[in-house]
Design a protein around this ligand. Structure first.
Ligand SMILES: *[C@@H]1O[C@H](CO)[C@@H](O)[C@H](O)[C@H]1NC(C)=O
Length: 212
């Protein structure tokens, strides 16, 4: 895994997404999603000084792909700061690596590496100082994301991107307060191939265009 300061990052602002997403709210059938607020982590003393949420969003024809995410609100102004979708490379590197080794708010204390649990420290260079970031485990089989069918693991760059954009639209429908924020699709390493396809998917409005 390359470090974020060396790796390719593609960020594309999508001005019109919020309007499409608003429409989507009216069109989406019921789907499964879960959310948990994580207040503490092993190795970190006391409460986390930032808001961390984790959860699953079901995507695919029958929600057979259960995609896991970590979400950290901006430590500055969550209402106004950009929303980033971050996908690590591989493909199939866990988003956890983005969270603790790359651009996330916490990091391992490498001087305490023999302790159990290993100590966590705050990352003063975290991008979450000025952005709301969704770290997504995708495609299925990455990190905690899984599929309830064998077929769900048979993926490709285009399927991966389609499912990631479906994830984003569903995630936004349960996090409506971020609908109007500037949106960036981002990632590193292999995601340099996936990110532009996701953006194209969103611009095309493929998932719900047929409903308009
Ligand atoms: C995976 O999907 C492709 C394209 O749909 C198909 O050609 C291939 O047979 C599938 N592979 C498996 C192992 O199911």
């Amino acid at each position: 895994m390359s470090r974020s300061n060396r790796s390719l990052t593609i960020c594309i602002r999508l001005l019109s997404l919020w309007r499409k997403a608003l429409l989507l709210l009216l069109l989406l059938p019921n789907f499964c999603s879960t959310q948990t607020i994580v207040k503490n982590l092993p190795g970190f003393p006391g409460d986390l000084p930032f808001k961390l949420e984790t959860g699953y969003v079901g995507v695919g024809n029958k929600d057979e792909l259960q995609l896991f995410y970590y979400f950290t609100e901006s430590e500055r102004s969550p209402e106004n700061d950009p929303l980033l979708l971050w996908i690590t490379g591989g493909p199939r590197c866990s988003a956890f690596s983005g969270l603790v080794y790359e651009i996330g708010p916490i990091s391992f204390s490498f001087t305490s590496i023999t302790k159990d649990p290993v100590e966590l420290v705050l990352n003063p260079y975290s991008w979450t100082k000025l952005a709301n970031i969704i770290f997504l485990d995708a495609p299925a089989g990455t990190g905690f994301s899984y599929s309830t069918t064998t077929d769900g693991y048979n993926t490709s760059d285009t399927i991966h991107a389609k499912r990631a954009s479906e994830f984003l639209q569903k995630w936004l429908s349960t996090h409506r307060k971020f609908l109007a924020n500037p949106l960036y699709i981002s990632g590193d390493s292999y995601s340099g191939k996936i990110v532009p396809i996701i953006v194209q998917e969103i611009i095309n409005g493929n998932l719900h265009m047929r409903c308009w």
